[in-house]
Design a protein around this ligand. Structure first.
Ligand code: NOJ
Length: 559
């Protein structure tokens, strides 16, 4: 390890209340779609390393990498076959070490994805389980059960996979007969571990240490609400209104069971052994901020994604409520709130905020969806929404490409789609490919600079030439310039660690507050709004005179 790296890792030795993750802006890299150095059309780790200067110039504090570990890629890497190696698609462990060192050289921290709810069916443990007999220790690492009905041909319960279809698949036993069923809350290639088994717990402690020893700054924990299933695996029929991750449902026997908390307490202790305030961030889709806050009590995880914020419509009253609730609820357990508008599982917010019909989470948008985005309105609102988000106290997550104002890609051909949701619902739900299209770097290069050969695992739309990073870099009105100036001003004015004070008197369609010395005003309605005095530090769109146009947000400093 170089001197600089050591200095960075030790820079914030635990001073409660001052840890980096309380205020950090964390940029999500979806490795498949970020930057491809090998030319095979799939992004890779050396590709990421080669773009670190661009991320430093953007001004982010940390990176979160979606999975790059060994995987047959049935769910784009969220199906891990070896937790302690890099898939050859993305490079090698040496490439990982180099990327991490280079990120640290630039004072950028790095957290990796941990997928503990399920492995790939190609994981050695699952292969051993398939080869072993019912009741064996090998099967006890997963959730194998006998079927119901006379011939055992009815699944053990009625649970449905998040990606559609039954959550159980029946195996063929070694003697060729139809045998037990195994549980998979996601694709059939993603068998769920049995977390009541101590061997599973010990294995994940090993995995955590493997990456911590390599120097990572923390983990984003996949499906952190799903590891423990209710005893007896009782039947459950989901509320059709609940999102596909069960975001609005209470008392689901596979989400949010109390037993998950002791696992995170254990991990908290383990992570705290390491210098440098390593952090755990929960991906937990839960019905309320109150419930989610239980994942970030002082001895559990450090952060949890604020999906309630992500799901809030472009409505001033709703935004005000979710911001106030989040600050109060997470604050009550001593945790920062996080803020997020886009990720690799949701319709990009430049499209989501201006849809002409409802679009349930997880369904995605394609050529025959009832609701389509209104492009210009979507971008205007997205820029305003980000201007609000980056002014809030706490930690914010950005998803690669949102700094370019990328919209969801709607016109993907059926035969290009790769999300298991698309296959498991027989094309009824488009799924998430539309937010995963490889991002554009330069207007005039093959694959817009994503890949030297022009290959791209999902096709990029022709309109993206004008959205490429190089086309935006020197344009002060571009979305990229907006993100850069917001991030610089957020740092300068310490907004991440500020206190929020609501301002009244601007009308029902306006969100107005002060964070420290900065006044933030967002016009969420249709009519222009008169601005108070102050110096404009940043604005999501053009402002003339003292008037804030519709769907525009501004940061003002005192005169
Ligand atoms: C949540 C991840 O973000 C998503 O992409 C994945 O499909 C599921 N968990 C299953 O791992």
């Amino acid at each position: 390890m170089t001197l600089t790296e050591t200095a960075i890792l030790d820079a914030h030795s635990p001073v409660p209340g001052n840890e980096w993750w309380r205020t950090a802006v964390i940029y999500q890299i979806y490795p498949r779609s970020f930057s491809d150095s090998s030319g095979d059309g799939i992004g890779d780790l050396p590709g990421i390393t080669s773009r670190l200067d661009d991320l430093a110039a953007l001004g982010v504090d940390a990176l979160w990498l979606s999975p790059f570990q060994s995987s047959p890629q049935k769910d784009a890497g969220y199906d891990v076959s070896d937790y302690c190696d890099v898939d050859p698609l993305f490079g090698t462990l040496a490439d990982f070490d180099e990327m991490l060192a280079q990120a640290h050289e630039r004072s950028i921290r790095l957290i990796v994805d941990l997928v503990p709810n399920h492995s790939s069916d190609q994981h050695a443990w699952f292969q051993e389980a398939l080869a072993a007999a019912p009741g064996s220790p090998e099967r006890a690492r997963y959730l194998f059960r006998e079927g119901r009905g006379l011939d055992g041909d009815v699944p053990p319960n009625n649970w449905e996979s998040v990606f559609g279809g039954p959550a159980w698949t029946r195996v063929i036993e070694a003697d060729g007969t139809l045998g037990q069923w195994y549980l998979h809350l996601f694709d059939s290639s993603q068998p769920d571990f049995d977390w009541s088994n101590e061997e599973v717990r010990a294995e994940f402690r090993r995995v955590l240490r493997f990456w911590l020893d390599r120097g990572v700054d923390g983990f984003r924990v996949d499906v952190a609400h799903g590891l423990i299933k209710a005893a007896g695996l009782p039947d459950y029929t989901p509320d059709p209104e609940a999102g596909s991750m069960g975001g609005h449902a209470e008392d689901v026997p596979y989400w949010g069971q109390d037993g998950v908390h002791e696992i995170y307490r254990d991990w908290h202790t383990l992570v705290a052994e390491y210098a440098g305030d390593r952090a755990l961030c929960a991906e937990a889709w839960l019905p309320t901020a109150e419930k989610t806050a239980r994942w970030v009590r002082p001895d559990e995880m450090h952060q949890a994604f604020n999906f309630a914020y992500l799901e809030t419509p472009w409505d001033a009253a709703a935004l005000r409520t979710v911001v106030a609730d989040s600050l109060r609820t997470y604050g009550a357990v001593g945790a920062p709130s996080t803020w997020v508008l886009s990720n690799h599982d949701v319709v990009r917010h430049a499209s989501r905020l201006a849809l002409t019909a409802d679009n349930p989470q997880g369904h995605g948008i394609g050529p025959s969806s009832p609701g389509k985005p209104i492009t210009d309105l979507g971008l205007r609102r997205a820029r305003a929404a980000t201007t609000v988000m980056l002014s809030l106290p706490g930690s914010a997550y950005l998803y690669q490409g949102e700094e370019l104002g990328l919209p969801e890609v709607i016109e993907l051909a059926d035969d290009a789609r790769q999300d298991p949701t698309w296959f498991r619902t027989g094309g009824e739900r488009y799924g998430r490919d539309g937010c995963r299209v490889p991002i554009p770097w330069s207007s005039d290069s093959p694959a817009y600079g994503f890949s030297p050969t022009g290959a791209s695992w999902l096709p990029q739309p022709a309109e993206w030439a004008t959205l490429a990073r190089d086309a935006q870099a020197d344009d002060p009105a571009s979305t990229l310039s907006l993100y850069r100036s917001l991030l610089a001003a957020r740092r300068l004015h310490d907004l991440g660690s500020g206190d929020l004070e609501w301002l009244e008197g601007f009308g029902d369609d306006v969100l107005a507050f002060r964070n420290g010395t900065v006044t933030v005003i967002a016009n969420v309605g249709d009519a222009p709004v008169a601005l108070p005095g102050g110096i404009v530090i940043a604005s999501s769109g053009p402002i003339t005179g003292q008037v804030l146009p519709a769907d525009t947000a501004v940061w003002l400093a005192d005169d």
